[in-house]
Design a protein around this ligand. Structure first.
Ligand code: PLP
Length: 405
């Protein structure tokens, strides 16, 4: 049989797909091979920095496995987890029946299910800039367009409503709101949330309310956006990944607002969920345990994060040519370095990596212009480690500033 020597062609959609948070790792590996120790501040995984999954969640998964819950679960999730998530939404002021809740492989899968169910090829979705890059990655896969709305560093990284309003077209289907925010650490005030809901409602858009950091405000849990308007078309998301310290379990939940306007979307999401059979079954037992059990680890975690955020803010703001907006939640900060003419955020981040082994992610990986000079820092390392890392960043930043003089 004649065989072709031509490589197997890949789909064009992959060319549109980028995921900088993991792509920078390839560069880091090269630096490691050259003998420099790399300090990975690129990915928001608390487990990697010694924050441990609460034991009662591990026991719940272990028990589920031993009790034989290793087969397929119902596609939308096991009833106990859906009921626990519905009760949790309801307790947060978002009254939902378990029937409108799905248990997913992390927030990530829920986002993909909703966007795939709602948005057609060529249609548009409003995504914050900077954004968590999953949204643009999913939109690239389904052939839809992300349209970036500005969030303003000079206004605590809050959305620029006038800019947002001007971007809405007949093709716009959804508005993504990440609050508390990755990568900026912002929390939106109630007035901003109300304005976003009003804007979406008046244009018939569905809001995807990404609340994976909802319990990680430094001052305490942040209210759910949908609590302000339980009858608005809002799909709310959370997971075990961040506030329950189990990102590798891929366990999350989504609540589809009670408005009948979302009934067709709910049916479409369930139909798509049937096609992937179920999310990992034993982990769903941990969702029940998490949402009905002890959450005291969260208070400890919030305190640890607040301390790290304070140190991060102080150190970056005292570096010449550098500034940062103080984060108010989660474990990210988005400092800005003054770039010498002709240089980009990628130049800074890769230069820093090669010179010091400190790995951050450039702002352009989150949809910001490369000439803005923004980069994201994950501040989960211990305070002494962060001190040492920031010292190295300051040293490199001084060198970088003078590199084009
Ligand atoms: C804003 C945001 N949404 C979603 C996710 C993905 O979460 P999950 O692990 O629940 O899929 C992350 C992870 O970093 C995130 O920062």
């Amino acid at each position: 049989m004649a065989s072709s020597s031509a490589p197997i062609r890949t789909a064009r959609r992959v060319d549109r797909f980028t995921y900088a948070i993991r792509q920078v790792v390839a560069e880091a590996r090269k630096v490691e091979q050259a003998g420099t120790k790399v300090r990975y501040l690129n990915i928001g995984d608390p487990n990697a920095f010694g924050f441990l999954t609460p034991p009662h969640l591990i026991e719940a998964v272990e028990r589920a496995m031993r009790d034989g819950h290793n087969g397929y679960a119902p596609s939308p999730g096991i009833p106990a987890a859906r009921e626990a998530a519905a009760a949790d939404f309801t307790a947060r002021g978002v009254p939902l029946d378990a029937d409108r809740v799905l248990i997913t492989s992390g927030t990530s899968e829920g986002i993909e299910l909703a966007l795939t169910a709602i948005v057609d090829e060529g249609e548009e979705v409003l995504v914050p800039s900077p954004t968590y890059p999953l949204y643009t990655a999913v939109l690239a896969k389904i052939g839809a367009e992300p349209v970036y709305y500005r969030t303003d560093p000079d206004n605590g990284w809050l959305p620029d409503l006038d800019h947002l309003r001007g971007l809405i077209t007949a093709k716009t289907r959804a508005l993504v709101v990440i609050d508390p925010n990755n990568p900026t650490g912002a929390i939106y005030p109630e007035s901003m949330r109300r304005a976003l809901i009003e804007l979406a409602e008046s244009h018939g858009l569905v809001i995807l309310a990404d609340e994976v950091y909802g319990d990680l405000g430094f001052e305490g849990p942040v209210p759910a956006m949908a609590a302000l308007a339980p009858d608005a078309a809002i799909i709310s998301y959370s997971s075990l990944s961040k506030a329950y310290l189990a990102p590798g379990w891929r366990a999350g939940w989504m609540g589809i607002g009670r408005t009948p306007r979302l009934d067709a979307a709910l049916a479409a999401i369930k139909k798509l969920a049937d096609g992937r059979l179920c999310s990992p079954a034993p982990m769903q037992y941990a969702v029940t345990a998490a949402l009905t059990g002890d959450r005291s680890h969260q208070a400890t975690f919030r305190r640890a994060l607040a301390e790290r955020a304070a140190l991060t803010t102080a150190r970056f703001n005292e570096m010449p040519g550098m500034s940062v907006v103080a984060p108010r939640a989660a474990f990210y900060a988005m400092p800005r370095v003054t770039l010498p003419p002709g240089r980009t955020d990628v130049d800074f981040v890769l230069g820093l990596l090669r010179a010091t082994g400190v790995l951050c992610v450039y702002g352009s990986g989150f949809g910001l212009p490369a000439e803005g000079g923004y980069f994201r820092v994950v501040f989960l390392a211990s305070l002494p480690e962060l001190e040492s890392i920031y010292k190295d960043v300051a040293g490199y930043a001084a060198e970088f500033a003078s590199s084009n003089e």
